[in-house]
Design a binder for this molecule. Structure first.
Ligand code: SF4
Length: 343
């Protein structure tokens, strides 16, 4: 029986130039674990075999991986919707041009309205400027293709809302400036930071996480921005509670899987629970294991008890410490040090 999985998130490396205090994967703070090209192409085969419809390339910084564009192109050529999530740190004209035939969409991640906020949230001076420069390059390539009557990727900004980066007035001036500077931008997508990885730690709860009420308010703010820029980029606020069970819905059959840089497979995105490796076992074996983990009474109880963002962070901490590998647990125990971000 062929297992069909609609969506994959593929974190292709833990290498990252940034040091976000909310990093879900602690990238840049641990070995990159990037696969070699041959193994990476086998992972592509696994996703094609699962008839994936949508693959999100993330990291770390995916564009730091030499085979990234080749892997994206193979999926794209097979009709898969491929989205690249990038910090834009090292985006060059040549890479932007290569993306034209390799991806359906590019999302540059920006987490602060200006350099002061963004660079502080992302732990590296110059990050905002690099992100804007990447958007300049990607936007120019898109313009050139458009002028030549040819198709191109959709281009947008993916903005993770942490407490320092979520002031409405800041967001408003950011949206206004982005729409003016990048008139052909296709989307600006905001989403509250999910309590996963470092963002699930107790230290981040009060300083970084939004509350559920603030998240709901942000959805209204997003609607106001969208109305104000009617005819411009699609402006939206993602309701990240999509990743939580809701009355009458179960996560057991939600056909989304997250692959880690070494091919490790998580039982469910967000949590450290590994159920094997796609390079060692077929999805026909791994997917039922993921479903079994998701329906485990302890896991279901932990997920089901979430009412607030703080509850969600608590659930993540509990699940990560219980189901993470020995390495994960050792790394989690060292987090106090990892979170001391260098200036
Ligand atoms: S959240 Fe920040 S540190 Fe983590 S992978 Fe993304 S850009 Fe890098």
């Amino acid at each position: 029986m062929t297992v069909k999985i609609r969506k994959f998130i593929w974190d292709i490396t833990y290498n990252c130039p940034l040091r976000c205090g909310h990093c879900y994967s602690e990238s840049g703070r641990r070995p990159a674990r990037t696969l070699d090209r041959a193994a990476a192409m086998r992972v592509v085969d696994v996703m094609l075999g699962a008839q994936a419809e949508n693959v999100m390339f993330s990291g770390g910084e995916p564009m730091s991986v030499p085979w990234a564009v080749e892997a994206m192109k193979r999926l794209h050529d097979a009709g898969v919707e491929v989205t690249l999530f990038t910090t834009g740190w090292s985006m060059k004209e040549r890479s932007a041009a290569a993306l034209v035939d390799s991806v359906s969409g590019v999302a540059v991640s920006v987490d602060g309205a200006d350099a002061a906020i963004h660079d502080a949230v992302r732990g590296r001076a110059g990050a905002f400027e690099r992100g804007m420069k990447a958007l300049d390059i990607l936007h120019r390539v898109k313009d050139e293709r458009r002028a030549a009557g040819r198709t191109c990727y959709t281009l947008g900004i993916d903005y993770t809302l942490t407490r320092p980066g979520a002031e409405e007035a800041d967001l408003e001036r950011f949206v206004d400036a982005a729409v003016e500077r990048f008139p052909r931008l296709d989307f600006i997508r905001f989403g509250a930071v999910i309590p996963s990885g470092l963002a699930a730690e107790r230290a981040f709860e009060t300083t970084g996480l939004l509350t559920i009420d603030e998240l709901v308010d942000m959805i209204d703010v997003g609607r106001r921005f969208a109305a104000r820029h009617d005819g411009g980029p699609r402006i939206s606020v993602t309701d990240v509670r999509y990743f939580l069970p809701s009355p009458g819905s179960s996560l057991v059959d939600l056909d989304i899987l997250q692959i880690e840089p070494d091919g490790g497979l998580r039982a469910f995105p967000i949590y450290e629970a590994k159920i094997g490796n796609v390079l060692h076992e077929p999805l026909e074996v791994l997917w039922p294991r993921a479903q079994a983990w998701r329906s485990d009474p302890f896991v279901a109880e932990q997920m089901g008890k979430v009412r607030t963002m703080a509850d969600w962070a608590d659930t993540t901490r509990t699940l990560d410490r219980r189901y993470g590998s020995e390495d994960d647990r050792a790394r989690i125990a060292r987090r106090g040090l990892a979170m001391a971000v260098p200036a």
